[in-house]
Design a protein around this ligand. Structure first.
Ligand code: TEU
Ligand code: CA
Length: 537
């Protein structure tokens, strides 16, 4: 079994993990200082969000130089020491590969924008406007139109994200070659793979046709899962990954159970994918900014469908683009419910068939941030959304408080000292005021803490192949409070029962097997967010 199926991954958002030099910004030496914490937690691999040179419009997802470490985070020497220290502790490291777009300050774009006959012109999408307006009506993830006009050459360029994130034209062979050489230089440094940013959108419909809707239309039908995508992914695998003991996990925006296998089915493209059906389930009519209550039946259906659809899933409920798990899917009404529901959600997710991805701070049960005013916002997506809804700010704020990305980006809470032990000075973004109780140092001492429960669930998962190679079977599909499933492998049987509701629940039947793990006193009635794992291990 490849290492990336065996190990539990931990996602680090470097700007908010640990500040080692007192400038209020997390950095690489700060991560080095906290590696033993990850080792004790049972982490086998880290996904490190972007640390490359960047003007930081989208917190590093706008890259100016793919092979220079952002000065805020340190130097290449710091990076190489981090990699050595991780490998010394048998922790793998995958980097973030952001090649759907670059920064507009990248030398490629500077060249490209300089003149129409510049050799780098075709590294990006330049088009003439139509009657003085955009070349087509595509909307961007972050701005109304996906096009911006450039006076210098009188043409428009495409950006699916922010204006300073122009899309790269993967049709261009020289661009692909430069990207593959960059990837290989990072792999030659000894990293263990990549998480690939919006990788399903790197091929566009060459005709760039209008989408349905006015004035602007979000048109993934013309930029996601285009035919050439598979050609590029196979070529990249051949040129970079084949013959190396490394892995690549794709952020597969717009993937579904029908086309997922085309990415991970035959090992010629990606090893793993992130799919977003759970992340998109609580937005009314698919609008993330219009949150609707948690729907357990939908939650169960989505997990069951994906456990059946592909051989190996990624298991996650949060990341740097999503709000805090326990605030969104759990219950933070009381301290007791916060800790029990955080443990219940971890039990529900991390004993499923697939590779767990824990997002920094979830192992403490960190919660959403109590925003008071917009001066506390840092995320380009949320700030743009607020600016676009000045006529209905209250509604916009409801969406930002519930789903804004800054919720996941507040500093890691290491202890109850000022700034949560993240830094000695005021951080780049405010610390969640609950750090006095929700922090690693206090939770480490408390046997019943969320942190120690995460250590136990990772230990249990690593203790038997039933959690890796075992089959998955959903139990009680119609039950309105319970999410339960069975894993079986070579005579080993495990049953996971989670009450993901705010009311006590009578167990449908007596379950044999000893209790392997539980977040409550197992009894006939499972308390709200009670979870029990039974098995004959
Ligand atoms: O995210 C892609 C993506 O789909 C997100 O925009 C997501 O839909 C949205 O943020 C949810 O609210 C990736 C990175 O994970 C994200 O941080 C970057 O902002 C984005 O790409 C552009 O690089
Ligand atoms: Ca720092």
């Amino acid at each position: 079994m490849p290492w990336w199926k065996e190990r539990v991954f931990y996602q680090i958002y470097p700007r908010s993990f640990m500040d080692s030099n007192g400038d209020g910004i997390g950095d690489l030496r700060g991560i080095i200082d906290r590696l033993d914490y990850l080792k004790e937690l049972g982490i086998g691999a880290v996904w490190l969000c972007p640390v490359y040179d960047s003007p930081n419009v989208d917190n590093g997802y706008d890259i100016r130089d793919y092979e220079k470490i952002m000065s805020d985070f340190g130097s290449m020497d710091d990076f190489e020491e981090l990699l050595r220290e991780m490998h010394k502790r048998d922790i793998k490291l995958i980097m973030d590969l952001v090649v759907n777009h670059s920064s507009d300050e990248h030398r490629w774009f500077k060249e490209s924008a300089a003149s129409k006959d510049n050799p780098y012109r075709d590294f990006y999408f330049w088009r003439d406007g139509k009657e003085g307006k955009e070349p087509n009506n595509w909307a961007s993830f972050f701005t109304p139109s996906a096009w911006s006009f450039d006076e210098r050459t009188g043409q428009w360029y495409l950006h699916l994200f922010a204006e300073k994130q122009p899309d790269l034209n993967w049709e261009n062979v020289s661009l692909r070659r430069e990207i593959y050489e960059m990837i290989n230089r990072w792999l030659d440094r000894g990293i263990d793979g990549f998480r690939m940013d919006v990788i399903t959108c790197i091929a566009k419909d060459p005709a760039l046709p209008d989408g349905k809707g006015t004035p602007y239309a979000f048109s993934p039908e013309y930029f996601a899962f285009q035919p050439k995508l598979h050609e590029y992914l196979r070529e990249m695998r051949k040129k970079c990954f084949d013959g190396r003991d490394c892995m690549c996990v794709g952020e597969a925006s717009f993937v579904n159970t029908g086309n997922a296998d085309s990415l991970v089915g035959d090992g010629r493209e990606l090893d793993l994918i992130f799919q977003f059906d759970l992340m998109d389930m609580d937005g009314r009519n698919g609008n993330k900014w219009d949150p609707i209550p948690f729907d357990l039946m939908r939650f169960k259906q989505i997990i069951d469908r994906w456990q059946q659809a592909i051989d190996w899933n990624t298991l996650f409920l949060g990341n740097h683009d999503q709000p805090r798990i326990v605030s969104r899917f759990g219950n933070t009404g009381t301290e007791e419910l916060r800790t029990r529901s955080a443990k219940c959600l971890a039990t529900a997710m991390y004993l499923l068939r697939g590779t767990p991805f824990i997002y920094q701070g979830e192992e403490l049960g960190m919660t959403n941030f109590p925003f008071e005013d917009e001066s506390q916002l840092r995320d380009v997506e949320s700030i743009n959304w607020l600016n676009r809804n000045r006529d209905n700010e209250e509604w916009a704020w409801r969406g930002i408080r519930a789903k804004g990305r800054d919720n996941a980006r507040t500093p890691m809470q290491w202890d109850s000292t000022e700034y949560g032990g993240f830094s000695t000075v005021k951080p780049w973004i405010d610390v969640n005021p609950d750090y006095m109780t929700v922090n690693a140092e206090d939770e480490d001492k408390d046997e019943d803490s969320v942190l120690n429960y995460y250590k136990r669930i990772i230990k249990l998962r690593n203790s038997s192949d039933v959690f890796k190679s075992g089959t998955f079977k959903l139990l009680y599909p119609e039950h309105e409070q319970l999410f339960a499933y069975e894993r079986c492998f070579e005579g080993e049987n495990v049953r996971v029962v989670c009450n993901l509701s705010g009311q006590g629940c009578k167990l449908p039947e007596k379950t044999d097997g000893k209790i392997l793990l539980s977040n409550c006193e197992p009894a006939e009635i499972l308390p709200p967010y009670g979870a029990v794992v039974y098995g004959n291990l």
